[in-house]
Write a new protein. Structure first.
Length: 484
């Protein structure tokens, strides 16, 4: 399923089109006895169905080539039948006819004893790697016939049975070798045999294990070769043979090529190229490791430095958090004090302002009443005590009793303040005379009130200056704490 399946359908469809267009006639000539392509004569190799074509155009490649490759035909048939068995690409029409023609061709040349070029397209021999794909194709086709209930075969009715019987017998005779006939080309281990185990599945588990065991002979410490004594791309291949990797050889030419091979020099050119690549890669990796190590050390140092910086900054953060908490507590305390101070100021300011107002009103009342010369005011002339004067003014309805009480309280406060000041002065200078304030033994009541007014206004002014100073100091403290 998926893209892989679509690619397989496209690929196998193209190969089928090529065979139907260009190779069917060649097979018909051979099947009908007009051409004999068995044996080892290179002159007949181009008469076989071509297994090479030009991919860009789908046309035949006219270059001389060893087309004795029954394995290629077997792989094509097996793969095409797999798509049909999986219901991905049914075999009908021309494709059905092509399969029948291929089976009859393999029967005609007696592929089970045909000396073809094998999986590696080289020596003419009976190759197990060629017999296996053909046998797998026959078995798959017989499974398809049973699955689809086909009653009419595209080939001779007994062809599938003849092929299966002879291919199986010959394969059993050769395995686990790759070739035993002719004896000069005997090969007991070949990498191509692994495909008989998978995906073709034409050998038993026991035989598969024997094949795998034999493959140890072609394994090296890096990879595995095709087979031992393989002269393809041996040492000095380019100088001795040429640099065309697609060149095909006759059996005689292969004998000459094999004669150039020396022990341990199989695929020397490929090994040399790979060895050079490994050395280049090793140098590159060494440089990358060195560079990476240096970068690692640099990054480790940077990490250590950043960790130290992080530790320092965390300590600073803790200190700052503590300082902020302290500043916030200080600001909270200062704010509470300021709010309390302002509250007291508002209350005291109101009281002093009210006292000044009452004093000024009392002075004004006295001045008006004294100017009138009333009896009550005449009585005031004989009074030299502020408390008595206030009583007379209350009795004369010139002043409310509440205002009189407040003025008396103010006077008492001022008197107490004066006395406290004198007591402090006595501590510094014993024997100093004490002066009575506001008793007015000889003073005028009006003058006393005016003096009190001046004193109240002075206190009010001092109070407001103090409030301004306290507010400024608080604002400076607040700004300082917020800026930290």
């Amino acid at each position: 399923d998926g893209p892989g399946c679509e690619d397989a359908k496209a690929c196998l469809g193209s190969i089928a089109k090529f065979l139907l267009t260009h190779e069917s006639q060649r097979m018909e000539l051979i099947i009908n006895g007009h051409k004999n392509v068995t044996g080892t004569d290179p002159a007949t190799w181009m008469d076989r169905p071509h297994i090479r074509f030009i991919g860009e155009t789908g046309l035949e490649d006219t270059k001389w080539y060893n087309h004795k490759q029954n394995d290629a035909l077997g792989y094509f048939m097996w793969a095409r039948i797999q798509l049909a068995l999986a219901d991905k690409m049914p075999i009908v029409g021309d494709h059905y006819k092509l399969l029948g023609q291929l089976f009859d061709f393999l029967r005609t040349i007696e592929c089970w004893k045909d000396l073809d070029a094998g999986h590696w397209e080289e020596h003419s021999a009976q190759h197990a790697s060629s017999l296996g794909p053909c046998l797998a194709a026959v078995k798959a086709f017989k499974e398809l016939v049973e699955q689809e209930g086909m009653s009419v075969l595209p080939c001779k009715d007994d062809t599938p049975d003849v092929l299966e019987k002879n291919l199986q017998e010959q394969l059993d005779l050769i395995l686990p070798n790759e070739t035993i006939t002719p004896a000069e080309h005997t090969r007991d281990a070949d990498s191509a045999l692994i495909f008989l185990c998978y995906p073709l599945g034409v050998v038993s588990d026991k035989m598969g294990l024997q094949i795998v065991e034999r493959l140890k002979k072609v394994m090296g410490h890096i990879a595995m070769c095709r087979y031992r004594k393989d002269s393809y791309w041996c040492k000095d291949y380019k100088e001795l043979i040429g640099d065309d990797p697609t060149k095909h050889f006759t059996d005689e030419e292969l004998k000459h090529r094999d004669s150039l091979l020396k022990e341990g020099e199989e695929a020397q050119k490929l090994y040399a190229e790979y060895s050079e690549w490994c050395e280049d890669r090793a140098r590159q990796l060494g440089h990358e490791i060195k560079t990476g190590t240096a970068e690692s050390e640099s990054l480790k140092a940077a990490i250590a430095e950043e960790e130290a910086t992080t530790t320092t900054l965390n300590a600073k953060i803790e200190d700052l958090a503590s300082a902020i908490a302290t500043d916030e507590a200080d600001l909270k305390a200062a704010t509470e004090i300021r709010e309390h101070e302002h509250s007291e100021f508002v209350k005291e300011e109101a009281e002093l302002a009210e006292t000044v107002d009452m004093l000024k009103r009392a002075i004004g009342i006295l001045e008006r009443e004294m100017a009138k010369g009333g009896a009550a005011m005449l009585q005031m002339r004989n009074i030299n005590n502020l408390a008595d004067a206030l009583k007379v003014m209350v009795q004369a309805s010139a002043l409310s009793s509440a205002d009189a009480s407040k003025l008396s309280a103010f006077v008492q406060t001022q008197q107490q303040a004066k006395e406290d000041a004198e007591d402090q002065a006595e501590d510094a200078e014993l024997g100093a005379p004490a002066a009575a304030v506001y008793e007015g033994h000889s003073g005028d009541i009006l003058e006393v009130l005016e003096g009190l007014t001046d004193k109240a206004e002075e206190q009010l002014g001092d109070l407001r200056k103090k409030e301004t100073t306290d507010l400024h100091n608080f604002q400076m403290l607040q700004q300082s704490l917020e800026d930290e």
